[in-house]
Ligand binder design. Structure first.
Ligand code: UD1
Ligand code: UDP
Length: 397
């Protein structure tokens, strides 16, 4: 079976890395990799960490790229690769422009699409924008839908799509577990990490921040930055914020926060370093999909700076809360977690609703028609409800 994996952004690369590594070790499969280069620096960081070599690199990224420009360059570039490789299956990941353009290119050529991380939904095409649309389109044209959880499977069943659904767990946990093992098993590496950030103050609680969603550009980011500036005035915290490379994010964050004491604005971290940083965090403020999945595995409280999430499982379990982008809601929720140790402890529980580190193996077994036990089959899962803003556990305290 000839399989072409296509990805182009940082989160896709992290989540496809363990699968691509395993595909390469599977004798029944000829595995090829095409990167679109939708992200350049942030993608290359991941490729070198996981030692993945691309057979094709479309280098589509442009500074300040538009969605349509990016989409059209990607669909044309992927089409050329499909014509040359003629794979049996194309694997696309998640909800990016890369994923959607790639799935459509394969569909037009009547090549089977496998969607890794299928079935996540907010039910709102504007949030996240344009990702909710991208993910629905990829599912619509997929023959194989690899749903990470029973909740995502339920979403797919609800839409009566044509493809087959397999509940596999999310490959992000495969990547995270391998990275944690690497950090744990290498004392010299752990020392190196600590030396890399001499400005970190072990006497202050670490608030780790990431943010990049398009629906928050402008007012949303100004409001998030105002919350961070306010929180940094507390003497007991330090804020570390690796700033996404999108200029629409960077311009606001840098101009507002670069001179604030106790706020460290840094370049996007290599995955290994980011995992190390998450392990040290007291709490995480983010709008990232991947971080919402990783932090519960590490037992780190997460406040999601969005109005709605397509990842409701950890919200239902009480370790993630949705706080939106308003300055007041963010500062209040953070202060509750900082000042109420019992509340913090109830959020800081290690749970694994998103995966068990075996998702890649399940995906490959499904592709080869081999039997396997689906993720969550034994333990049960969240009830499929979508999580919305104003989580009761925080607002009631
Ligand atoms: C993209 C995805 C989003 C995903 C996010 C992860 C779409 C529509 N959006 O959003 O789903 O959650 O990636 O980070 O697919 N840039 C660089 N170097 C990089 C990466 C980005 O300079 O390595 C800058 C470029 O100016 C680029 C801009 O960021 O034009 C925006 O990148 P783009 O991929 O279009 O959007 P993201 O906001 O990163
Ligand atoms: N990440 C990273 N370095 C950073 C910030 C995040 O390696 O400086 C990782 C993070 O652990 C997660 C992924 O990048 O696996 C999330 O990417 P992003 O937030 O850009 O996208 P999303 O998950 O929202 O699609």
């Amino acid at each position: 079976m000839k399989i072409l994996s296509v990805f182009g952004t940082r989160p896709e690369a992290i989540k496809m890395a363990p699968l691509v590594q395993r595909l390469a070790r599977t004798p029944e499969i000829e595995s090829l990799v095409c990167v679109t280069g939708q992200h350049r620096q942030m993608l290359d960081q991941v490729m070198s960490l996981f030692q993945i070599r691309a057979d094709f690199d479309l280098a589509v990224m442009q500074p300040n790229q538009t969605l349509n420009g990016l989409f059209s360059r990607t669909i044309a570039g992927v089409d050329d690769v499909l014509a040359e490789v003629r794979p049996d299956v194309v694997l696309a990941h998640g909800d990016t422009s890369t994923a959607c353009a790639c799935a459509m290119a394969a569909f037009h050529r009547r090549i089977a699409v496998g969607h890794v991380e299928a079935g996540l939904r907010t039910g709102n095409l504007a949030m996240p924008f344009p990702e909710e649309m991208n993910r629905r389109v990829v599912d619509c044209v997929s023959e194989w839908m690899f749903a990470p959880t029973l909740t995502s499977k339920a979403n797919l069943l609800h839409e009566h799509l044509q493809g087959r659904i397999f509940v596999t767990g999310n490959t992000v946990i495969d990547a995270l577990a391998a990275t944690c093992d690497r950090l744990r098993g290498d004392a010299a590496l752990a020392r190196q990490m600590a030396q890399r950030y001499p400005w970190m103050d072990s006497g202050r609680k670490l608030i780790l921040v990431t943010g990049h969603r398009r629906e928050s550009f402008g007012e949303g980011f100004r409001s998030i930055c105002a919350a961070l500036a306010q929180l940094a005035q507390r003497g007991d915290v330090q804020i570390v914020y690796p700033v996404h490379m999108n200029p629409a994010v960077r311009d606001v964050v840098m101009s507002t926060l670069s001179r604030c004491e106790r706020i460290h604005l840094i370049e996007p971290l290599e995955y290994l370093n980011f995992v190390w940083m998450m392990q040290r965090a007291h709490l995480i403020l983010t709008d990232s999909g991947g971080v919402q999945e990783e932090a519960p595995y590490l037992g780190k409280p997460v406040l999601v700076m969005r109005e709605v999430t397509e990842r409701p499982e950890a919200v239902a379990a009480g370790t993630v809360a949705i706080v939106g982008t308003s300055t007041q809601r963010i500062t209040q929720a953070v202060e509750h977690l900082l000042d109420q140790p019992e509340l913090h402890a109830s959020f800081a529980r290690r749970i694994n609703p998103y995966g068990d580190g075996e998702a890649s193996g399940r995906i490959i077994a499904a592709l080869l028609g081999q039997p396997f036990q689906e993720f969550g089959a034994a333990a049960g899962d969240a009830d499929g409800a979508r999580a919305h803003a104003s989580s009761p556990s925080l607002s009631s305290h």
